[in-house]
Design a protein around this ligand. Structure first.
Ligand code: C2O
Ligand code: CU
Ligand code: CU
Length: 544
């Protein structure tokens, strides 16, 4: 089989042809680099991981691990509320496999914990409803001690929870103007193979490549018009932090993050994106004459890394990402006036703080001086309770900390309000810069079971990781009484996340409209005695 076909690229080119302004096809062939590949979309059926030789670099056959014969794997595009139902098949040679749905609120049983891996020749089924807002997520291997190696060799893909009608109504580009960009680095000098072979130095500092692949395309370019474009950007590198900017320092607008819309349309000229993080941006090329091009790059940033290590670009060194060729006239659409803002957890409701010290002990990356143990549960959290998690980086490297099972809000960096473009909205991965302390506020929903928290520098992941258990939701006991022709329902406060519901048949439950009031140490709700029998319960809905 071949690489991902540039299907949407063809659609877009034919759209531009209709506009009558397309460059002749031979001109594309003369361009240096390669047309951006767009991964095929998953249309149901099994997702099979297997070794493959792919023409990633034209003229070379690259040994990789593919999903349904593609690197990256097929893009999974579903709608909020859809049932995600897939069989994952492991046809790897001698390697266990489990996939994690990064950014999806999966039940613990389908989250891709390393203890769920299946042996070669095995398969397993994943099935759960997508109970969350539209968002740009991804999926990747999460096999015990093999995550870095399997992701580097190709086992990753995009997962889009999509609502194009909503987005069109909000004035966001959709369809052919909405392009996912999975950015990763690779070592092109290792015989054009995706060979994972880190040295001691690279185990500590990360396995960094010398070249960027976008959607599996080296030296990628995309033909655009002068209109407005939406790019969904994922840093799928093992360890490289990208400082994303255009070479002409043009302004672009950030409007969505790991968990979806941030409620902001923030103009920036550069931003840091760590492994695992996503950002969605709006870019207009209206100011560039047809025939011009502009380059997306990772620009230089300083980091105090030790001497030594392999040749090639180090962490913080500049690298080209891809080129946009403006091939057709067009009109930039106005930016959306406003976008709906997510309701983020309130720090004031937090009743506890957990501290996570990120360090190095005996040459291993640790959390609170411990390396990961597959069989140790490091702590428990109760669904519905709001908590502060504080990460303190005691090292000279970046640690993008990722939490499974819930999104969070970034509160502060070294005590000051968190204001990076990648701190907005619901996050599942936060960059903790060298020697920095970052606080986030988090609240888990009613999905009990075992989840992970870890550094998304994948060379650190297998050590700098913890298991935590979300306990089963325990509704506070309800007391139902009648006083003076009123029914009074009360329960102990505080009770974050619990919603009072009523039913007359125990089947169809409706949230009770009017708010309960805090009186003393109890929540109290009252209404005139209903004419018919009513049942009441507290429920914790599983939504963002
Ligand atoms: Cu994207 Cu546990 O990782
Ligand atoms: Cu995850
Ligand atoms: Cu790390």
């Amino acid at each position: 089989m071949t690489m991902s076909l540039p299907r949407r690229q063809f659609i877009k080119l034919s759209t531009l042809t209709l506009a009558g302004a397309l460059m002749p096809r031979w001109a594309f062939a003369a361009r240096s680099g390669n047309a951006l590949r767009i991964p095929p979309e998953w249309t149901g059926g099994p997702l099979t991981a297997a070794a493959a030789n792919l023409p990633i670099w034209p003229g070379h056959s690259t040994a990789a691990l593919a999903l349904n014969d593609h690197v990256p794997g097929p893009t999974i595009r579903l709608r909020p509320g859809d049932l995600f139902d897939m069989e994952v098949v492991n046809q790897l040679n001698g390697e266990d496999l489990v996939l994690h749905w990064h950014g999806l609120k999966a039940p613990a049983a389908f989250d891709g914990h390393p203890n769920q891996a299946v042996a070669p020749g095995g398969a397993y089924r994943v099935t759960f409803p997508l109970l969350q807002d539209p968002a740009f997520c991804w999926y990747h291997a999460h096999t015990h001690d093999l995550t870095a190696s399997q992701v580097y060799r190709g086992l990753a893909g995009a997962f889009i929870i999509d609502d194009p009608e909503r987005d069109a109504a909000l004035g966001l580009p959709t369809g052919v103007r909405d392009i996912p960009l999975l950015i990763r680095d690779w070592k092109s000098n290792v015989n054009f193979a995706l060979t994972y072979n880190p040295s001691m130095f690279e185990h500590m500092w990360g396995y960094l490549g010398d070249t960027i692949l976008v959607n599996g395309t080296p030296e990628a370019w995309l033909s655009v018009d002068q209109g407005s474009w939406r790019f969904r950007i994922l840093n799928a590198c093992n360890a490289r932090v990208l400082r994303i900017a255009f070479n002409d320092r043009r302004i672009f607008h950030v409007f969505a993050s790991d968990g979806g819309l941030t409620g902001m349309i923030e103009p920036v000229t550069e931003l840091d994106l760590s492994p695992g993080q996503r950002i969605e941006i709006l870019v207009s090329f209206a100011d560039l004459p047809v025939g011009e091009s502009v380059q997306l790059r990772s620009i230089f940033f300083p980091i105090t890394a030790p001497m030594g290590g392999p040749a090639g670009p180090r962490q913080g060194d500049p690298l080209p990402i891809m080129t946009f060729h403006v091939d057709a006239p067009g009109n930039a659409s106005a930016l959306p006036v406003s976008l709906p803002a997510p309701v983020l957890p309130d720090e004031a409701l937090a009743r506890r703080t957990r501290n996570f010290d990120l360090g190095v002990v005996n040459g291993q990356h640790t959390i609170n001086n411990q390396v990961y143990d597959l069989d140790r549960i490091d702590f428990e959290v109760a669904p519905g309770e709001v908590e502060i998690w504080q990460f303190t980086n005691r090292t000279a490297n970046f640690h993008p900390m990722h939490i499974h099972g819930a999104f969070f809000k970034v509160l502060s960096r070294d005590g000051a309000a968190a204001t990076l473009p990648t701190d907005r909205g619901w996050r599942d991965t936060v960059t903790v810069y060298p020697n920095e302390t970052v606080r986030v506020v988090i609240r888990f929903g009613p999905r009990p079971g075992l989840f992970l928290m870890h550094c998304h520098n994948l060379e650190h992941e297998h050590e700098m990781m913890q298991n935590f258990a979300v306990t089963a939701p325990q509704p506070p006991p309800l007391q139902i009484t009648s006083e003076n022709n009123e029914v009074v329902v009360s329960w102990p406060a505080p009770s974050d996340g619990w919603i009072l519901e009523q039913s007359d048949d125990l089947l169809d439950w409706q949230p009770v409209a009017n708010a309960a009031e805090l009186s003393g140490d109890r929540m109290r709700w009252r209404q005139p005695l209903p004419p018919d029998r009513q049942f009441y319960r507290l429920n914790m809905p599983d939504t963002l």
